[in-house]
Write a protein that binds this ligand. Structure first.
Ligand SMILES: [Fe+2]
Length: 133
């Protein structure tokens, strides 16, 4: 479970508001996958998360284009890698009876922890660049 506190704030209102929603959906997924979670519920919450991931990444990438952000290509590559990791989780879930230990661990590592790390490094840099532009 991720707590959206000041340590995760980038200072950009739009990005922070979207991160709050995104984290909410990651937490819902983790909750849905907790011990004895239903496969159907897990798939639904994963889809629900992925929908918003696409919206959020598109908005962030639009900002990067608008501000001619020099790190845009590398930042976009990070986003694509994340989407790929989430797709793999989807496949993993489809093949299983329900969310397994390994799946829950992958959500924690490849989704929750990835997001926290991404926000703290990449998104904070982006927000700072926009602020100084
Ligand atoms: Fe980002």
């Amino acid at each position: 479970m991720i707590v959206f506190d000041d340590s995760l704030k980038t200072g950009n209102q739009l990005i922070d508001d979207q991160h709050r929603e995104l984290i909410d959906r990651v937490n819902k997924l983790e909750k849905a996958c907790a011990a004895g979670g239903q496969k159907r519920t897990a798939i639904q919450t994963l889809d629900f998360l992925l929908d918003y991931v696409h919206v959020h990444f598109a908005d962030e990438e639009e900002l990067q284009t608008e501000y001619k952000y020099p790190q845009a290509a590398a930042h976009k590559a990070q986003h694509r890698a994340f989407e790929e990791a989430v797709s793999q989780l989807n496949e993993m879930l489809e093949e299983e009876e329900g969310p397994s230990e390994a799946f829950v661990e992958a959500v924690r590592k490849n989704v929750a922890q990835w997001l926290v790390d991404h926000i703290c490094v990449w998104d904070k840099q982006l927000a700072q660049y926009i602020r100084e532009a």
